[in-house]
Design a protein around this ligand. Structure first.
Ligand SMILES: Nc1nc2c(ncn2[C@@H]2O[C@H](COP(=O)(O)OP(=O)(O)OP(=O)(O)O)[C@@H](O)[C@H]2O)c(=O)[nH]1
Length: 73
């Protein structure tokens, strides 16, 4: 897992008062993780908003993920 990239979906962005992606990254201590590629993607799980954007970010690091995302979405 040492080289694993970290993708976190900050869901419930459609609900007023939900933690935004910056708050999520602070709470999880991601800003202190200097040797990892990580990304917090704002999302809404009920509509799927943000899902593709998160997966697109991930494809920058993995050719197989790129093929998967572009085949199924
Ligand atoms: N409006 C909205 N509802 C969501 C979203 N994501 C999850 N929910 C709803 O939140 C409820 C709890 O979702 P779960 O997937 O069971 O999540 P959980 O981890 O058990 O609970 P939470 O800690 O509340 O997220 C369900 O009714 C979901 O439909 C979202 O992005 N927007």
């Amino acid at each position: 897992m040492q080289d694993a990239v970290i993708l976190i979906y900050a869901n419930k962005q459609d609900i007023p008062g939900a933690m935004d992606s910056h708050e999520v990254q602070e709470k999880l201590g991601l800003t202190r993780l200097r040797d990892r590629n990580w990304h917090v993607q704002p999302a809404c799980a009920t509509t799927g908003e943000g899902l593709r954007e998160g997966l697109n970010w991930m494809t920058m690091f993995c050719a197989r993920a790129y093929l998967f995302v572009h085949t199924y979405m």
